[in-house]
Structures are given as structure tokens and as C-alpha cells.
Write a protein of this length. Structure first.
Length: 189
């Protein structure tokens, strides 16, 4: 099972009120007001918990005239605990999470109000910064030098340096003052 989905399910089950609501839904499909009376909670509280349970996939909702009826998602409840906690490629997930935290830290350090305030010295950090510039461009499109400079200027004033870095890193080709992203190199950044 997907790690984020497993975490979402387990988190949604870690609340006593949600367990009460879930147990009531196990008996039969019900609408919010009926559930609120059964579990002796406010309608707004039950609605809040039902949204969490539905987001986790534990309950389904279906419109019936003016009401929304909630029922148990039997497919999910037929999973064993082993299936719920067995995560495919957990090492990759943990590594990806570490990389994303590092990327966010670099962006927070070097960008203020969505603009680059200074270039990092370390190559690894420069590549993360360059990746933010790459988001401005479309694949398979040719750009003039003026277009490139204008787009770069939305994030940083020294367009010459960034343009040169994109070409030097091989993620952008220059041919007769037109530029294009290099598809194969984008994966490396």
C-alpha cells in the first residue's frame, strides 16, 4: 500500500470520536443527523469526522435527495493490518522525503517573496535553485534570448548568469540565439 494512504488511514483511526462514528456506520449506512444522535455529538462535529474518514477512504458518501448518506467502504475494511502497514519501497519514500525537506530548506534560504536573493556557492544547492527557474519554461518550445531574459528576471535580476548556468549545466541548448530545454538532462537536475 502507498505510505501516505496508510498514514492517512491510521491517523483517521486515532481519534475516539471518529471511532464512534465509524462503529455507528458499520451497523448501517446513515446520514449526518442520524449519526449525531446515535453517538451523541454535535452535527458539525460528526460532519468534520466524516470528512476525515471519507478522505482516508474509510467511508463513502452518496447523495439521496436532500441528505448525504455515509456507508462503510468494505473494500478497505477487508484489508488486513499486515496489508495496511506493508509499504512498497519504504526506503525510497524515506529518501525522497529527506531530499524534499533539503530542497525546501534551500529554497527558503535563497528565495524571499518568490525571488532569488543570492546564488548559492555549493553546486548541489545551485542545481536546486536552477530547477526553480526551469519551472518557467515549457518542453519542446523554442525561446528567444529576450524571452529567456524576461522570464528569468521574474525571479532574479541577473538573467545573464542564470541563462549561462542553464546552458553550462546542459539543461538548455543555445542555437543561433534561440534556446530550448534538453529533455534528457532535466532528470539529472
Amino acid at each position: 500500500m502507498d505510505m501516505l494512504k496508510s498514514i492517512q488511514i491510521l491517523k483517521s483511526l486515532s481519534d475516539i470520536s471518529r471511532l464512534q462514528v465509524l462503529n455507528a456506520v458499520m451497523d448501517k449506512p446513515q446520514y449526518v443527523e442520524e449519526l449525531a444522535n446515535r453517538v451523541d455529538l454535535a452535527v458539525s462535529t460528526v460532519s468534520f469526522h466524516l470528512k476525515k474518514l471519507e478522505k482516508a477512504g474509510l467511508v463513502n458518501s452518496e447523495k439521496e435527495q436532500y441528505y448525504t448518506v455515509y456507508s462503510l467502504n468494505n473494500e478497505l475494511f477487508n484489508l488486513s493490518l499486515r496489508e495496511l502497514v506493508t509499504i512498497d519501497n519504504i526506503e525510497k519514500y524515506i529518501q525522497d522525503e529527506r531530499v524534499e525537506k533539503y530542497r525546501q530548506k534551500v529554497i527558503k534560504t535563497f528565495f524571499k517573496k518568490k525571488r532569488l536573493i543570492k546564488l548559492p556557492v555549493q553546486r548541489k544547492k545551485k542545481l536546486i535553485v536552477l530547477n526553480e527557474f526551469l519551472r518557467l519554461f515549457e518542453m519542446n518550445r523554442m525561446y528567444t534570448e529576450t524571452e529567456i531574459d524576461e522570464m528569468i528576471n521574474t525571479l532574479y535580476d541577473d538573467h545573464c548568469t542564470i541563462r549561462r548556468m542553464l546552458v553550462d549545466e546542459g539543461v538548455m541548448n543555445r542555437n543561433n540565439q534561440t534556446y530550448k530545454l534538453v529533455k534528457d538532462k532535466l532528470k539529472e537536475i
